[in-house]
Design a protein around this ligand. Structure first.
Ligand code: KG4
Ligand code: ZN
Length: 340
């Protein structure tokens, strides 16, 4: 079964063709990064306009790379949330239009769940597993008894980890999206130079909080009274980046391992942009006790292949697609025990 996967939840317009949920025939990603960089973050109105402008070309290109035509597509899968509403509307309506004109089924899938499918496109993970969703919009630890079933163990109470990386990058004068740039700057920095503490949430050992850490970076840079002058030397910025990164990533490491032990998990599955951070991977690799499944680099950031793959498995499970009344949704909360 050839599935066309469409992703437009934020600032990537992406389309992929995946055969039987696993074999990637194409994976085309048009990133709007440069357009948003000058504003220091994603501008929702510009994002949706750009999606409109490029989506046909991205879909055509993805069919071209796969050497297929629309006639060869059996199912259209689209991320219908969570994300920016205007952006989602473009992908969802494009998918509906294709489905209607081709008389082929379409299905809406959850973007966050798709991030967790990405590492499993090339591996079978042993269950039960801990799912670690670390992206620009989400930070969550999930107990996964089997793929498709999720129980929320912990989540962020404020900023998502990717958002914290982006904000710290901006404080350090690095362009959007800052996560990868903080990682590069931190490589030559001393992570012990600044003593920063991870956020703790009273009575909720698996929850996260990154806003205090971000403020600590701000105070280190500008002092507590918000001086206009930067309080540290230019060459010390790498040490601050390293100290921030080490604190944030060790927080993920410790809470994930604690959850894996408590819930007797056999593996850990990572999803979302921050999972492409090599320092994070190294920290987990140093711990040989539990098998970790990481997405390939091109599947860690937003992409259409994970949407196509999840669409395939969802379609098989439900034995039917969605109807045209399907709406996009911007927000999503994991239930304590939920079947998506
Ligand atoms: O999963 P994703 O592409 O989009 C969302 O669903 O949010 O994640 C994007 C986020 C951004 O905040 C970006 O700065 C962060 O992932 N990110 C990283 C790295 N690469 C991307 N953060 C830290 N280190 C990285 N190497
Ligand atoms: Zn994402």
């Amino acid at each position: 079964m050839n599935v066309l996967g469409i992703e437009s939840t934020c600032d990537e317009t992406a389309c992929a063709v995946v055969e039987d949920g696993k074999k990637i025939l194409s994976n085309v990603i048009y990133s709007q990064e440069n357009m948003h960089a000058k504003f220091g973050g994603v501008v929702p109105e510009l994002a949706s306009r750009k999606h409109c402008e490029v989506i046909s070309t991205v879909v055509e290109e993805s069919l071209g790379v796969a050497s297929l035509t629309l006639d060869d597509i059996d199912l259209i899968s689209v991320a219908n949330g969570p994300g920016l509403l205007g952006s989602l509307l473009v992908g969802v309506n494009f998918a509906k239009g294709l489905s209607l004109s081709l008389n082929k089924p379409f299905i809406g899938v959850n973007h966050v769940e798709a991030h967790l499918i990405a590492p499993l496109m090339h591996h079978e993970a042993e269950m039960p597993a801990i799912g670690v969703v670390i992206s620009g919009g989400h930070t969550a630890l999930l107990y996964i008894p089997k793929m498709g079933e999720y129980q929320l163990i912990g989540e962020t109470q404020d900023d998502a980890i990717g958002e914290a990386f982006d904000k710290v990058a901006s404080l350090l004068g690095l362009p959007y999206p800052g996560g990868p740039k903080v990682e590069i700057l931190a490589r030559n920095g001393d992570p012990k130079k600044y003593l920063l503490s991870p956020g703790k949430v009273k009575g909720r050992p698996f929850d996260f909080s990154f806003s205090g850490l971000k403020t600590a970076v701000l105070y280190t840079l500008k002092g507590q009274n918000g001086s206009k002058e930067t309080q540290i030397l230019e060459e010390e910025k790498k040490d601050l980046a390293a100290s921030f990164q080490e604190t944030a990533l060790n927080d993920i490491l410790e809470k994930t391992l604690m959850a894996a032990q408590k819930f007797h998990c056999k593996s850990i599955i990572f999803g979302g942009g921050v999972s492409s951070n090599m320092r994070l991977r190294a920290l987990f690799d140093q711990n040989q006790e539990i098998k970790c499944y990481w997405p390939e680099k091109k599947l860690a950031l937003d992409n259409g292949a994970m949407i196509a793959s999840l669409g395939f498995f969802e379609y098989k499970r439900r034995q039917k697609g969605d109807n045209y009344a399907l709406e996009p949704y911007s927000r999503f909360h994991w239930n304590l025990s939920c079947r998506l």
